[in-house]
Design a protein around this ligand. Structure first.
Ligand SMILES: CCCCCCCC/C=C\C=C\CC(=O)SCCNC(=O)CCNC(=O)[C@H](O)C(C)(C)COP(=O)(O)OP(=O)(O)OC[C@H]1O[C@@H](n2cnc3c(N)ncnc32)[C@H](O)[C@@H]1OP(=O)(O)O
Length: 276
């Protein structure tokens, strides 16, 4: 039975944090073993180093504790995640930049290849890195009237191969090429039409309930058979980054610290502020 009540287990309702702020909250329903992982970095859940580290630790712990399912959502009903924190890019101190990109790689490897079934409860806009998190899950439920997409080219940056593979594995090569080269942001309704998301929800409660319903599909399936099948399907995609992590990190540092990209990002941030 799936109960809406989240019971406090040893690890439930735990806030992962190495600093005063808690940027990721995890609540495990001890009837079902399903974990709800909530991103809570207002105003837009932009992914900075600290949030990524907390998310990475949470995913490791849920792997070790053999969670029966993961629902990834936002604490806000407006933005799921605005993607990578652009301020991380303007701090070009190499030590932090390296830690930041390595943490993002870690999160993607753990989430994309997680043994538990994963659902993105996209209860808000999901541009760029926000879309990447959603694409890393196995199922996507999204609130109506929001937007989602890999818009990197609009910022003058190149989405890495693993971002591209994450989208290609969901909507196919042709649409991925069109989407990425144009930096297209899809409305919820458009996203459903092209299979970028699986279901539309009226509000966050509805989205959580639809996410739970998806996870119920696995109630009578052997967790071993399920996760091994997922591994066979996703293993090559994960391994392609695992094997090239150093080169990917170098490409990121070279690209993001170049004068041209830095100038473009400045203009983009200003346009975001002016858009108010
Ligand atoms: C050759 C091979 C090379 C390989 C190299 C690899 C290089 C790859 C490098 C990087 C990849 C990056 C992927 C990313 O994720 S980049 C981030 C892209 N994100 C976006 O474009 C989203 C921008 N934001 C928005 O569109 C909106 O903010 C939205 C999420 C729709 C929410 O809108 P709204 O609710 O109206 O909120 P505001 O726009 O008013 O924003 C509130 C404040 O938050 C700030 N903000 C927004 N997004 C970000 C962000 N991503 N990072 C940091 N800060 C952000 C915004 O400026 C407002 O701040 P303030 O109140 O101070 O004005």
């Amino acid at each position: 039975m799936f109960l809406r009540r989240s019971v406090t287990l040893a690890m439930s309702l735990k806030n992962y944090s190495s600093e005063a702020k808690n940027l990721v909250a995890v609540a495990v329903n001890n009837q079902t073993g399903v974990a709800t992982v909530t991103l809570q970095r207002p105003p837009v859940n932009s992914l900075n180093l600290e949030l990524l580290n907390e998310l990475s630790s949470a995913l490791t712990e849920l792997e070790e504790k053999k969670a029966r399912g993961i629902i990834l959502k936002s604490s806000s009903d407006s933005v799921f995640s605005a993607g990578l924190d652009i301020h991380e890019f303007s701090n070009t101190e190499e030590g932090r930049l390296k830690k930041f990109w390595t943490a993002l790689q870690d999160v993607w490897i753990k989430l994309y290849g997680h043994s538990a079934p994963t659902v993105a409860c996209i209860n808000g806009h999901a541009p760029a890195g926000g879309c990447l998190l959603a694409l890393s899950c196995e199922y996507r439920v999204m609130l109506k009237q929001k937007t989602i997409g890999l818009n990197e080219t609009k910022l003058g940056i190149v989405a890495p191969l693993w971002f591209i593979a994450s989208m290609e594995n969901v909507i196919g090569r042709r649409l991925t090429e069109l989407s990425l080269t144009t930096g297209k942001m899809y409305t919820t309704e458009e996203a459903l039409k092209i299979g970028l998301i699986d279901e539309i929800a009226e509000d966050t409660n509805d989205a959580v309930s639809k996410s739970e319903n998806f996870l119920k599909l696995f109630q009578n399936i052997s967790p071993f058979a399920r996760s091994q099948t997922k591994k066979f399907i996703r293993g090559n995609t994960v391994q392609s980054l695992v094997k090239t992590r150093e080169a990917d990190l170098k490409a990121f540092i070279d690209d993001i610290t170049s004068e041209k990209v830095q100038k473009g990002l400045k203009v983009y941030m200003e346009s975001l502020k002016k858009g108010k």
